[in-house]
Design a binder for this molecule. Structure first.
Ligand code: GLN
Length: 493
């Protein structure tokens, strides 16, 4: 049986599978067929870099056992059927068994993890099937997915353009209709920015909301696993499955998980939406401002109250991020030494082997970050840079505490200043860093944030960003769903 699952929400699909109306392997077969048709693999969009169709299909067929247990019932939480038969794609820095986990880097070429990330275990336990590992900027450092050792990913809406990054492969896989749900990772915007560029939904949860066990560390105080969805409902469903305490991650929080799908449907009547003026500078392109104003008007039309607010330290986010993130990366990436994982290049003695392996294995952006990070942590500069950056990070957190403390429920901003740029157009690393201007703050402060499509500019998607107080993903999804419902087709025009 062939199923147009791309047009079917993940919840609708799993209900159909549980009710025995659709074979459990049908959507997974459909996903591989679609991947072939749109050229999602290495010689096409280059969104999916590792896959094993035979294995994934066998795994999906084996789910038949769970269908029989379901007896046609709906799929309640914890049943093992929340995502029954739903194909998912996973970013290449999240550990899976059998498929490689290479972080888009030569240094991990051929590396297959002996353990599985908690997020992957949770998806599989819910009945989802991993259909591929997705391309990314090397070690998640970048905003375009041009800096993968396995070549750039192309934006499915315009293959001459980037899909955004660093989780560009996952965003492209959802935008191309290969999957409805994909995992990405977020350190400074790597799910939200590609979601905006590809016209899909992208969620960064609260720091501690989702386990990082099995996510290859970039900057541990900022990193979170994030989710892409073809719709708000798909993303909310995935987040219900992923969120919650994991004893394997010491930073994972013991905070109850709301039924995000259900609460997303509640009214936004009286919801206070803050519009931080620093995110709408004079320099914001007029058409971007217009798309955002239209989105805010759509929320107002449903009873939300829009209030102008200020987050005064916003312009310090990029300098702070580009000290904290490289500092933590320089320490985390020390483990790739030619001994423990992947590549080894012989050199003169042990030290020579380290140098030869790391010089051959890391690309230029990763090398730049390690050098920068080592510098800001060095004895003479620690106080001037790293310590200072952490203090300013505290000021940013204070901005959010003040705004949310004043009765604002959720913030709305553009996700990025512009739509997707052409492959090769941004060659200056500092210009690339400015892509994170509206997204990096949420990681520094730890609040949940997401991007939803709010329209197009010259045919290219742009996103609106919602940010909520810590652990209030429920409020964020409510505003996102209201926006999606109110904008309808306009979100893609
Ligand atoms: N673009 C940012 C960087 O290069 C953010 C990356 C991310 O969120 N992983 O560091």
């Amino acid at each position: 049986m062939s199923v147009d699952f791309a047009a079917m929400s993940a919840a609708h699909l799993r209900d159909a599978v549980a009710a025995n109306e659709v074979e459990p392997g049908a959507a997974v077969r459909g996903s591989f067929a679609r991947s072939g048709a749109v050229g999602a693999g290495r010689d096409g969009l280059n969104a999916i870099i590792w896959a094993d169709a035979a294995r994934s299909t066998r795994e999906a067929d084996a789910l038949a056992e769970r269908v029989n247990q379901a007896q046609g019932s709906r799929a309640p939480h914890g049943s093992g059927r929340e995502l029954l038969g739903v194909p998912v794609a996973v970013k290449d820095n999240i550990a899976t068994l059998e498929l490689p986990t290479t972080c888009g880097s030569h240094i991990l070429e051929g590396y297959v993890s002996p353990f599985e990330a908690t997020v992957v275990s949770r998806l599989r336990r819910a009945g989802a099937v991993v259909v591929g590992k997705t391309n990314m900027d090397e070690f998640a450092m970048g905003s375009s997915t041009e800096h993968s050792a396995y070549g750039p990913t192309h934006n499915p809406l315009d293959p001459t353009r980037v899909p955004g990054g660093s989780s560009g492969g996952s965003a492209a896989a959802v935008a191309a209709g290969v999957v409805r749900i994909a995992l990405g990772s977020e350190t400074g915007g790597s799910v939200r920015q590609p979601a905006a560029f590809c016209g899909v939904v992208g969620v960064k949860p609260t720091y501690g909301r989702v386990s990082r066990y099995g996510l290859v560390a970039f900057a541990s105080s900022l990193d979170q696993v994030g989710v892409f969805g073809a719709s708000v409902d798909d993303a909310a469903l995935a987040m219900e499955v992923l969120a919650g305490l994991d004893p394997l991650d010491a930073t994972s929080a013991d905070v109850p998980v709301a039924p995000y799908r259900a609460t997303a449907h509640e009214s936004v009547e009286g919801l206070v939406v803050g519009r931080p003026k620093e995110y709408f500078p004079e320099s914001l392109p007029p058409r971007m401002r217009e798309r955002c104003d239209r989105a805010l008007a759509a929320l107002e039309a449903q009873g939300a109250v829009v209030r102008e607010v200020s987050l005064p330290h916003t312009d310090l986010a990029i300098p702070v991020y580009y000290i904290v993130a490289p500092a933590e990366a320089s320490s985390n990436l020390a483990r790739f030494d030619g001994v423990r994982y992947g590549l080894r290049v012989q050199g003169d003695g042990l030290r020579g082997m380290y140098e030869a392996t790391r010089s051959a294995g890391f690309g230029p952006e990763v090398t730049r970050r390690i050098l920068l990070g080592t510098y800001v942590l060095s004895a003479g500069y620690y106080d001037a840079y790293y310590k200072k950056a952490q203090e300013v990070r505290g000021l940013l957190a204070g901005d959010f505490a003040a705004v949310f403390g004043s009765g604002v429920d959720v913030l709305f901003t553009p996700t990025t200043p512009t739509p997707a740029f052409r492959i090769g157009a941004v060659s200056d690393p500092y210009e690339m860093y400015l892509n994170d201007i509206f997204t990096a703050t949420a990681n520094l402060v730890g609040v949940p944030a997401m991007s939803v499509p709010v329209g197009r500019i010259d045919g290219l998607p742009v996103g609106g960003q919602l940010m909520a107080p810590h652990f209030r993903e429920d409020v964020m999804f409510r505003a996102a769903y209201a926006l999606e419902r109110a904008l309808g087709e306009e979100a893609h025009r």
